[in-house]
Each structure stands twice: as C-alpha cells, then as structure tokens.
Design a binder for this molecule. Structure first.
Ligand code: GLN
Length: 287
C-alpha cells in the first residue's frame, strides 16, 4: 500500500476527532517508529509503500487513536526538549509548556557553574533529565512518590546517558525531609506538581482524563496549592543562598502563587506566560 494512501486513510478516519495537524503528526510518529521513514522521505518520495506486514501496527494504531488513546503510550515513547523519553501509564506525557519551564531554568543558569538541582514530582524524569543533559556539570536529584514513575525516570536517565540521584518519597510528609536530604542544599529546586482542580475535570480532553495518571494531575478543590505550599516551605530550608525555586502552575492561580512566594520571603518573583499566553511558570529567589 502506498504511504500516501495510508496517510489519507488516517485523515479520513481521524480528522473529525483531532485537528488535521495533529493527525499529520501522529502519522509521521508512526512512520518514523515502525518504518524508520522520516516526514521528509514521505514528502519527497510520493511512491513509497509499506508491505502488508508493515501495515499491521498502523491499523492497530488507527483503532486506538479512534478511541482517543494517547499515541505516546502506544509507542511507549515520546520526545521532550529534543530528547527521547520512555513513557507509560504511570507517568504524564510530557507537555510542551514544561519544555518552556526547562528553557527558562537553563537561560537563568550560568553554564560555567556547577549546579545542584532538585526536581520534585519528577514523573517520567523529563525535567531532571533535560536539565542534566544541558547543564552538564550539575548534580541532579529527582524525587517522586510513585515507585513506578521512578522506575520509568531511571530508564530515561539511562537512555539519555545522564546520572541522576532518585529519591522515592512523599514531599507532603515533612518528617522525610531531614531523613532524605540531611545536609543537602540546592541552587535550583523545580516542580511541576499536580495542579488540576476537580472542578476543572469537566473541561479536560477525554484522552487525558481516561488515560493519564490522576495522581500526577489532580488536587482537591479546597486545597489546590497543597503541593506548592509544602514545596515552598521545603525550599526555604533546602535552597542555597540566592537559589531559585521554579514551578509550573495552574493558569488560574498565577496571582495566588506570587502571593504564596512573597509570604515565604522569596524575592525577584517572576510570573511567566506559556506560548498560549497563559500564566504557567513562577519563580523566586531566596536570600
Ligand atoms: N498541564 C497538565 C494538563 O493540563 C497538568 C500538569 C499537572 O497537573 N502538573 O493536563
């Protein structure tokens, strides 16, 4: 079958569920993954074809995409910050907004300096691994409450050839702080904790809601800043002088986050928007 015809079939079956651009991206993720054929190859060689055997995973993928299953879980991998990452249902699929957070940290970090970095709620390890890869002299630590997520993150550290110290612990339990961190201090603490309120569930895409781990997404409506408060308090103790705390945040809680950091004595607080113009990142320095 001609790849061109296969691609048309994908558009015919999926354009009404996803946008045509998304279907286009899915299709090329499949040609790259299963046939090692790049987007460019397809564009340049309109006569490229796949054998009946090679078509099998495409048809399987088409069925799953119709049911709105995330393609990244299907392939078991995705790309984040230009790097390959293994993902499964124990971790969120890394989002482009989080790439912006990583960029911001790299921009703010002097490349010559050796940084000590802690990522809280690492999930797939996407933040920790991309920072370790780009700030090469740094010592990176990553914490998560889920042993299954840590297992995925460890594989991603190996896949990308970086050394990270992993800690399995619940940051909401202050009794673990001294036990796990003792005399450790960090120049950078970063976190993308769960921040979607229960009341926001109704606006979420079915593919996110039904497939991605709720442990990584949701917080109770009456205490949406629970992770942010604990982590900010933690940061007042475990950041080095002039160290910076970075968060990815719920777009509706930008002002609350600025107030929270002020209350804990942070300075040079910056609230930043993502490419969609939504409040998405906040950071501050501790004296
Ligand atoms: N940005 C993610 C979403 O909208 C949520 C990430 C998080 O809760 N930390 O699905």
């Amino acid at each position: 079958m001609l790849i061109k015809a296969l691609k048309e079939l994908f558009h015919k079956e999926l354009d009404h569920i996803y946008g045509p651009d998304e279907v286009f991206t899915f299709f090329f993720m499949l040609t790259e993954h299963y046939c090692n054929i790049s987007r460019l190859d397809v564009a340049l060689n309109t006569n490229l074809s796949v054998t009946t055997n090679e078509q099998v995973p495409f048809f399987k993928a088409l069925e799953l995409l119709k049911q709105q299953k995330p393609i990244q879980y299907m392939l078991g991998q995705t790309e984040f910050f230009g790097l390959p990452f293994k993902v499964d249902q124990n971790t969120l699929i890394p989002r482009p907004e989080t790439e912006e957070l990583v960029s911001l940290i790299i921009e703010n970090s002097k490349p010559s300096k050796s940084h000590s970095i802690l990522d809280i709620g690492t999930g797939s390890g996407c933040i920790a691994v991309s920072l370790a890869k780009n700030l090469t002299d740094s010592n990176v630590y990553a914490l998560d409450v889920s042993a299954k997520a840590i297992n995925v993150a460890k594989q991603n550290a190996r896949l990308n050839n970086v050394a990270i110290t992993f800690i399995e612990a619940d940051i909401l339990d202050p009794s673990i702080w001294d036990k796990q961190f003792k005399a450790l201090k960090f120049d950078t603490i970063v976190s993308n904790p769960p921040y979607v309120r229960e009341l926001e569930k109704q606006f979420m895409n079915a593919n996110v809601l039904e497939n991605e781990p709720h442990l990584a997404l949701f917080v109770a409506d009456d205490n949406p800043l629970i992770f942010y408060k604990a982590i900010t308090q933690f940061a007042t103790r475990y950041l080095n002088k002039n160290g910076r705390l970075y968060f990815e945040i719920n777009e509706y809680l930008g002002e609350d986050m600025v107030t929270l950091l002020q209350e804990y004595g942070f300075k040079n607080i910056e609230l930043k928007q993502d490419i969609f113009g939504k409040d998405r990142m906040v950071s501050g320095i501790i004296n």
